[in-house]
Design a protein around this ligand. Structure first.
Ligand code: AMP
Ligand code: MG
Length: 354
C-alpha cells in the first residue's frame, strides 16, 4: 500500500528564475524542501529560501499532525478510530475524537454536495475490486456480487451524533482515502500560519496547499502531470496565498483483471471503477475541498460538474478524458491560474462553467 502518488510535481524555481538572477546578480536563496513518508505516500514541506532555518521546525509540526491524522483514520491499524467504527458497524456507536468527528462531518458535506459521487462509505466496493489490501479478484465482480456490496454503501449509513459515529449496517465500512490527506494538509497550514511564514508549501501525496510566496514575492507554482505520461507536464499552475490543489488520476492506483485495467476510484452508484476519465485536477481555497472534489468530480465527469462547482466559490477544475487525442477541459476559474505547456495549448478547451 505504499503506492507513491506524486502526480503533481513541484517545479524547481531554480530553473524558472535562473535567467533573472543571472541578470540581476542578486542571490536570493531558492526555496528549500524536505520530505518523508507517511499515510502510504510522500509528504513534503517547502519554504522560501530566506526561511530555510525554519524548515525543520515547520516539517516537525507537519510530521506530528500527519501522523496524528494517520493514527486516527488509517484502515491498516487495529488501533485507529476508523477501524473501531468499522468493527462496530451495525453493533454500536463509537466515541470519536473531535478530529475524526470533523473529518466525518466534512465527508458527509462533500457526499451531499456531489450527490453521493464522493462517498466515504465506498469501502466494501473498494475491497471487492482488490484495493486497500484486498486480493485482486481473478475475474471482475459479478452483478450479484456488486449488488450485495452496494447494500452496505451509501453515506446515509453513517450516523454522526454529538461525539459518536455509527455505521448502521454490519456490511458497511468507511474509507477516508479520498479526503483525509487533504484534511491533514489544512491542519498543517493552519498551524504554520500561526508562525507567519513568508512562504510555505505543504504537499501530502499530491494534495498541496501554500501560504505566501515562494521567492522574492513570486507565487508558488506547481506542474500538473500528464495522466498519460507522468514524466510529462500539461502546464503550470500559479497558486496564490492560501490556495490548494489536488489531482485524482486513473494512473495512481489500479488493478488489472482479465487483461483490463481498473482504477481505484469507484462510482458508488454502479459499484464499478470509473471509466472514461484519466485525470481531474481541482483548485480551491482548502485542501480538504480539493481532495474530496477531485475524487467526486472524477466520478461525476465534466458534464455533471457544473452543479457542484456552482456551489463552491473559488473552486476550479481541469478534466482530461481517457481518450486520444488528448483533450484538456478547464473551467474559467482554473484557466485564470493555469498556463498550458505550449505543445498542449491546442488541446485546451474552455468549459462553460465559472
Ligand atoms: P483520491 O486519490 O483522493 O481521488 O482518493 C481515492 C481513494 O479514495 C481510493 O483509493 C479509495 O480509497 C477512496 N475512494 C474510491 N472511490 C471513492 C469515492 N467515490 N468516494 C470517496 N472515496 C473514494
Ligand atoms: Mg481525493
Amino acid at each position: 500500500m505504499n503506492a507513491i502518488r506524486r502526480h503533481i510535481r513541484i517545479l524547481r524555481p531554480a530553473h524558472l528564475l535562473a535567467a533573472a538572477l543571472a541578470l540581476s546578480g542578486c542571490r536570493d536563496a531558492k526555496p528549500v524542501r524536505t520530505s518523508w513518508q507517511v499515510m502510504g505516500t510522500f509528504a513534503a514541506v517547502s519554504t522560501s529560501g530566506r526561511e530555510a532555518p525554519r524548515l525543520d521546525a515547520f516539517a516537525a509540526e507537519c510530521r506530528g499532525i500527519m501522523q496524528d491524522v494517520n493514527d486516527k483514520l488509517t484502515l491498516y491499524s487495529t488501533h485507529s478510530e476508523l477501524w473501531a467504527i468499522n468493527q462496530n458497524a451495525g453493533i454500536r456507536p463509537v466515541e470519536v475524537s473531535p478530529l475524526t468527528h470533523k473529518v466525518l462531518g466534512l465527508s458527509l458535506h462533500y457526499a451531499a454536495l456531489t450527490g453521493g459521487a464522493f462517498d466515504p462509505t465506498v469501502a466494501p466496493l473498494v475491497r471487492l475490486w482488490g484495493f486497500n489490501g484486498a486480493t485482486t479478484p481473478a475475474l471482475a465482480p459479478t452483478d450479484t456480487a456488486l449488488r450485495a456490496a452496494l447494500r452496505g454503501v451509501g453515506y446515509g449509513r453513517l450516523r454522526l451524533a454529538d461525539r459518536t459515529a455509527f455505521m448502521d449496517n454490519p456490511a458497511a465500512a468507511l474509507d477516508l482515502g479520498g479526503i483525509a490527506k487533504g484534511y491533514a494538509v489544512d491542519l498543517c497550514i493552519d498551524r504554520l500560519r500561526e508562525a507567519q511564514p513568508r512562504g510555505v508549501m505543504v504537499d501530502l501525496g499530491g494534495n498541496i496547499r501554500c501560504l505566501g510566496a515562494a521567492r522574492r514575492g513570486r507565487p508558488w507554482r506547481v506542474g500538473v502531470r500528464n495522466p498519460f505520461d507522468i514524466q510529462d507536464m500539461l502546464g503550470v499552475l500559479t497558486l496564490t496565498n492560501g490556495m490548494a490543489v489536488a489531482t485524482s488520476g486513473n494512473y495512481e492506483k489500479f488493478v488489472t483483471i482479465s487483461g483490463r485495467r481498473y482504477t481505484h476510484i469507484i462510482d458508488p452508484r454502479t459499484g464499478r471503477p470509473v471509466g472514461g476519465m484519466a485525470g481531474v485536477t481541482v483548485i480551491a481555497p482548502t485542501a480538504t475541498e480539493t481532495d474530496a472534489l477531485s475524487t467526486g468530480l472524477f466520478v461525476l465527469g465534466m458534464d455533471h460538474a457544473r452543479d457542484v462547482l456552482r456551489e463552491t466559490p473559488g473552486c476550479g477544475a481541469l478534466f482530461v478524458p481517457d481518450r486520444q487525442p488528448m483533450e484538456i477541459h478547464v473551467t474559467a476559474t482554473f484557466a485564470a491560474h493555469f498556463e498550458p505547456a505550449r505543445r498542449y495549448a491546442a488541446a485546451v478547451r474552455r468549459l462553460d462553467i465559472p
